[in-house]
Design a binder for this molecule. Structure first.
Ligand SMILES: NC(=O)c1ccc[n+]([C@@H]2O[C@H](COP(=O)([O-])OP(=O)(O)OC[C@H]3O[C@@H](n4cnc5c(N)ncnc54)[C@H](OP(=O)(O)O)[C@@H]3O)[C@@H](O)[C@H]2O)c1
Length: 304
């Protein structure tokens, strides 16, 4: 019988990759309909949601900020993939926290625990406990607060945390945080709050689904474990070389302090103060700790 797999964030980058990989598993000859994929969205009418529906996922309308809309959905689930949204919640940590805690509470009900085999929680490390000791990375802090509750909940023995590096996709979809920006004189500048030779961990978010299917093939191996996902480390100078090869455009690197980068995000990209500070401290971590995503984990994606 097909196992019920609830995917939160199914219309987004992470959940989208997970959903597509599960659909692929369903369509492979040996596995016909291995998973009953319940793709959660607030709006089933969007193009992205409709694409998932046409490909074979069942769309389920719910808002993670509304606990009541989640309780019925997770009843009978065998697997749950959870990702919370930081930017969509306008950088509001209370809203991101609410999303995670609501899923946790709904999944902790006896009707869900009865069938539940694994919860995969997309989280991030605690920058406050890293050598950089940054206090203001909202999207890290809210995820750690959710993790703390998760590890003390009835779900704890079935949980796997995955920690993801920066997406390669940020170069085309990060509102200008990651990519070289065109200047008034026509030149391009890549600005980060790190050195030219600092190493940033990256992965492609479209590969996430592959990791998740490895985890659920052997859930007990990964229960209570943290799995990091980094494909490669790249310095700003290496990134600019890839940019030059891909576009034929020369760009130069400008190293900024954390404060300068925060001001750049506010002034040039109109980020609100808390989001600018979060992103500035997030990127600044790699100046001192390029292994932030892989340190203190049980497995790395390459071992999984
Ligand atoms: N960008 C990076 O380099 C990076 C690296 C590591 C971790 N992260 C983390 O990744 C997370 C974002 O994941 P993503 O990139 O997959 O996001 P995304 O592509 O922006 O998609 C957001 C998803 O969340 C869903 N969603 C948002 N609010 C919701 C709500 N209240 N109820 C139900 N669903 C809701 C959206 O669904 P609908 O709109 O269809 O409802 C959508 O599917 C962030 O927390 C970030 O910290 C990002």
């Amino acid at each position: 019988m097909a196992k019920n797999f609830v995917v939160f964030g199914a219309t987004g980058a992470q959940g989208g990759s997970v959903t597509l990989e599960l659909l692929k598993a369903n369509n492979s000859n040996s596995n016909s309909n291995k998973y009953n994929i319940l793709a959660i969205t607030r709006n089933p009418r969007t193009t992205q949601a409709q694409k998932l529906s046409s490909a074979g996922a069942t769309l389920v309308q719910a808002n993670m900020e509304d606990l009541n809309s989640l309780k019925e959905i997770v009843k009978g689930a065998h697997y749950i993939f959870v990702v919370t949204d930081f930017l969509g919640a306008e950088g509001n940590s209370d809203r991101e926290l609410k999303q995670g805690l609501n899923v946790l509470e709904a999944a902790s009900s006896p009707a869900c625990l009865d069938t539940l085999e694994a919860v995969i929680w997309s989280s991030l490390p605690d920058a406050r406990k890293q050598p950089c000791a940054y206090e203001n990375i909202v999207h890290f802090n809210s995820k750690r607060a959710i993790s703390d509750r998760l590890w003390n909940s009835p779900l704890r023995s079935r949980v796997t945390e995955v920690w993801l590096a920066a997406y390669h996709e940020n170069f085309v979809n990060s509102w200008g945080i990651y990519e070289p920006l065109k200047q008034p004189d026509g030149s391009y500048i890549l600005s980060y709050p790190i050195n030219a030779d600092s190493k940033i961990p990256f992965m492609s978010v479209t590969d996430l689904g592959k990791l998740i299917t490895v985890i659920i093939e052997d859930p007990t191996k990964y229960h209570t474990k943290v799995v990091s996902f980094v494909s490669e480390w790249r310095t700003p100078l290496e990134l600019l070389e890839s940019f030059r090869k891909a576009t034929g455009v020369e760009a130069r690197f400008q190293s900024m302090t954390t404060e300068q980068f925060k001001q750049h995000l506010e002034a040039s990209l109109h980020f609100p103060n808390n989001v600018a500070l979060s992103m500035a401290e997030n990127l600044s971590c790699y100046r001192t700790n390029p292994n932030m995503i892989t340190d203190h984990t049980d497995y790395a994606a390459k071992d999984a």
